[in-house]
Design a protein around this ligand. Structure first.
Ligand code: BGC
Length: 811
């Protein structure tokens, strides 16, 4: 959790009466909507958590009334979407997907007994829709502003608790003395809040995304356009923008308070080749125990290339420090990690000049602790053009960048470390491991049709709708999908894939009958079920527990809902992220899932992206590191791999299948690709998912330059590349750009088109036969993809001692 404001009234010293208000008090949100929602057995709401901890809630009436307000508003909302669907001819499920009802206005008396009050403000969002700049979504409602202010003035102690997945503009309530981002923490949400209110644990999270007033966010680039969204702001994303225009946000990147206080008493920098080490001593100078996150930023000198004021270069979290206790921490990074891409010369470069090292506890609270001086430019790597070219020049800051008062004196006295070109080793492309000859022989022996089966997901013949996104697996009920089962007899079992990122997403219950395994009841999120007609539900084979259409026994299958991606990142705690990955890996082993469709770490480019809650940060370093830590946790389990996603420049949900992200090569490499590179180099994930969107006019899954070129040749990725899940054949509406297609994707090196359909199979076969109107494929090209898939099938499914099939297990 991130403590944004504190006046010392918390933690509470007594368990007693508490007046609990706000949408999240009973209807607490454990995680957002869509494929990122996890079907846990239960989760603890704030009301339940506080009661379990011994509090007496004095506002039960308020909560009962609020439930009715919500229910009525929800009915109206669903009816509105359905009538819009009728009017436009677009299926309600497409319009409703991810559409989240804004918080309604209401009039309820604020009169709960007690000296202490908590207002839990919640916001939901998810796949398929972006957030809106309206009250009840990014902004506060009139009701919220009125009640929060009134409650803050009525009770002796008051805490505003934010049960949110992303930014809310808090400008109207900034006078509130205590504000805590609870976030959405999965099963433990309410329990964890009780612990923090009572001081059993001390909040130690820090923001991984800038929280600002809505009008202060960058107006430079487009956001959420249907066809072309131009990323005109270039590399000036998040704090890189706020620093560059001298704008003070409400709460800066890296910020978070604690119940105690820390000082960073000493920091000494040294060089080891091109690696910079900064030794820091952190001391708890308050009166209670807690943890601090130390951050190291570098101001890279502007030369030929313009530069943001600072860039996060390293960070570390302390142990739990008792009052008075100190800890030595070493922050370390290689200068190569700070390069910028020079588009003209297609190189990664460090220009000559002074690199200022800044250590501190947030992006706006640091001191210069050294200077790395480079007397000449160093080109660290020769690269080539990739990703396409936009039709504009990136924005550059003109105004004076933000800076600290008295900075020049500190700079004059700082220790200087000289670095020369000889301290660098030239970067080269890593060797790509050869696929073993047994696998090569195997693919040569497969027919064209068999190869095509391997390269599209496991679809149900003649029943396209069965391959519905998020529920297409035959083997494990409620798993998102799997690679083909049609080649089992040839010794190639399927890879079963299940969503994330806040845990493993399976159906809560499944049935087993003579036909096989089938998901029951709520395996599709209620937010989607609301928009499905009974006919559609029946066609998809979903039914309530004990439903009549299919018989057989019904079993339970529960997974753990973990904190959402943003909350994991806000911990800045890599051990904790790894531990969460370990929980997922453990459940994957139990349920027979090979590939987890997570972690997801697209950059928080705008606070309006509907899926930001799944993602980590506006900064690529913390994004890549958190993803690597989670990957280590999952992949420490035999037969379990992650699928990092969505590669790349997938930063909005509006028209998500067919929107075109127009991005410069420099912004692409320095911001959007960087997190993927870090994760791949640090943790070798088994799979990667390309994104739905186009990148500079071509679907990412169809871009050979970023798949074969950057991913495989430059970074040495040797896992599977899969598409994001397009069901060929159920597309709707006319848009400027087409949907991604299977054969074109395979040609680019995107190994498998998920979740697969008969139409995808045909697309590949006709491309092989030379009768496809848009593309031709050679057998070699398809064999390469097939070989990479089998290579990972053998590593993951082949590694299991038990068959992964639930039926085979005799459950
Ligand atoms: C989402 C992916 C998800 C996939 C499978 C897609 O709609 O964008 O993140 O993994 O569905 O459920």
């Amino acid at each position: 959790m991130v403590l944004l404001k504190a006046n010392g009234d918390f933690p509470l010293s007594n368990i007693g009466e508490i007046a609990l208000y706000g949408s999240g008090s009973r209807q607490t949100i454990k995680g957002g909507t869509g494929s990122g929602d996890v079907n846990s057995r239960f989760y603890v709401t704030v009301e339940q958590g506080l009661e379990k901890a011994g509090f007496t809630i004095t506002t039960k009436d308020w909560m009962d009334h609020y439930d009715r307000v919500q229910e009525l508003a929800h009915q109206e909302f669903v009816a509105g979407v359905k009538s819009k669907a009728q009017a436009t001819g677009v299926p309600a499920i497409m319009l409703g997907m991810g559409a989240v009802m804004p918080e309604p206005e209401y009039e309820l008396p604020v009169e709960g007994a007690g000296d202490t009050a908590i207002y839990v403000l919640s916001r939901n969002s998810g796949e398929g829709s972006d957030r809106n700049v309206v009250g009840g979504d990014l902004l506060l409602t009139e009701t919220e502003i009125r009640d929060i202010r009134a409650i803050a003035n009525t009770y002796k102690q008051f805490m505003l608790v934010l049960n949110v997945g992303g930014v809310v503009d808090l400008t109207p309530v900034m006078e509130v003395p205590n504000i805590l981002i609870l976030s959405q923490l999965g099963v433990v949400t309410g329990d964890a809040l009780a612990d923090v209110l009572l001081g059993k644990s001390c909040p130690s999270g820090k923001l991984t995304t800038t929280w600002a007033a809505w009008e202060d966010y960058s107006p430079i680039g487009d956001f959420g356009l249907e066809d072309d969204t131009r990323y005109r702001e270039g590399v000036y994303v998040g704090y890189r923008y706020f620093d560059s225009v001298s704008q003070t946000p409400l709460f800066p990147f890296g910020f978070g308070l604690s119940y105690t206080k820390f000082s960073i008493v000493e920091s000494v920098a040294s060089l080891d080749g091109s690696r910079v080490n900064v030794n820091v001593t952190v001391k708890n100078v308050g009166s209670t125990s807690g943890k601090e996150v130390v951050q190291l930023y570098v101001s890279v000198p502007s030369g030929k290339l313009d530069q943001p004021f600072q860039t996060l270069a390293a960070f570390a979290k302390t142990e739990e420090l008792d009052a008075g206790q100190g800890q030595q921490i070493m922050l370390s990074f290689a200068m190569e990690e700070l390069t910028s891409y020079d588009t003209e010369r297609t190189v990664d470069v460090l220009e000559a000049g002074d690199y200022l090292l800044r250590v501190g506890s947030s992006s706006r609270d640091t001191h210069i602790c050294g200077i790395v001086r480079m007397n000449q430019e160093v080109i660290t790597r020769q690269l080539s053009h990739a990703g396409g070219t936009p039709d504009f020049e990136d924005w550059k800051p003109e105004a004076q960048q933000w800076t600290y008062a008295g900075e020049s004196d500190k700079r004059a006295n700082a220790q200087v470390l000289i670095l020369s070109a000889d301290d660098f080793v030239a970067g080269v492309n890593p060797a790509i491991p050869e696929i073993d000859s047994a696998v090569r022989n195997m693919v040569e022996g497969l027919s064209d049709s068999e190869l095509a089966w391997l390269c599209v997901g496991n679809y149900r013949s003649g029943n396209e709708s069965g391959s519905v996104i998020g529920n297409a697996a035959f083997t494990v009920a409620g798993a998102a999908g799997e690679t083909t089962t049609r080649l089992k007899e040839k010794g190639i079992p399927p890879l079963v894939m299940s969503d994330g990122p806040a845990g493993l997403r399976l159906s809560r219950q499944y049935g087993v009958d003579e036909v096989g395994v089938y998901p029951v009841g709520e395996s599709i999120p209620p937010t989607l079920l609301d928009f499905m007609d009974d006919e559609v539900k029946a066609a998809l084979g979903f039914q309530k527990s004990g439903g009549a259409e299919r018989s057989g026994s019904i079993y339970d299958q529960y997974c753990t809902a973990l904190p959402i991606g943003t909350a994991l990142a806000q911990s800045w705690n890599m051990d904790f992220c790894r531990a969460c990955g370990d929980i997922v890996g453990d459940e994957m082993e139990r349920f027979g899932v090979h590939l987890w469709l997570a972690p997801a770490f697209n950059i928080h480019r705008s606070p309006l992206c509907g899926r930001n809650y799944e993602y980590f940060s506006e900064d690529p370093l913390i994004s890549g590191r958190v993803a690597a830590a989670i990957t280590h946790g999952v992949q420490s389990h035999p037969g379990c791999g992650v699928t990092i996603k969505h590669y790349v420049a997938n930063n909005q949900e509006t028209n998500r299948f067919r929107s075109n992200s127009v991005v410069s090569e420099r912004a692409l490499r320095d911001i959007y690709l960087r997190g993927f590179k870090i994760c791949i180099e640090e943790s070798q994930p088994y799979a990667l998912m390309t994104s739905y969107n186009l990148l500079n006019g071509v679907h990412t899954s169809e871009r050979k330059d970023i798949i074969t070129g950057i991913l495989r040749e430059e970074w040495g990725f040797d896992g599977i590349v899969m598409s994001d899940w397009v069901v060929n054949g159920v597309q709707h509406g006319t848009k400027k750009y087409p949907y991604a297609k299977a054969a074109k994707s395979i040609k680019a090196g995107n190994d498998v088109m998920m979740p697969g359909s008969e139409a995808d199979h045909t697309d590949v076969l006709t491309a092989l036969a030379g009768t496809n109107k848009t593309v031709t494929l050679t057998r070699d090209e398809v064999q390469d993809c097939a070989a990479r898939i089998i290579h990972i099938v053998f590593k993951l499914a082949g590694a299991k001692t038990q068959p992964s099939n639930i039926i085979d297990k005799g459950v």
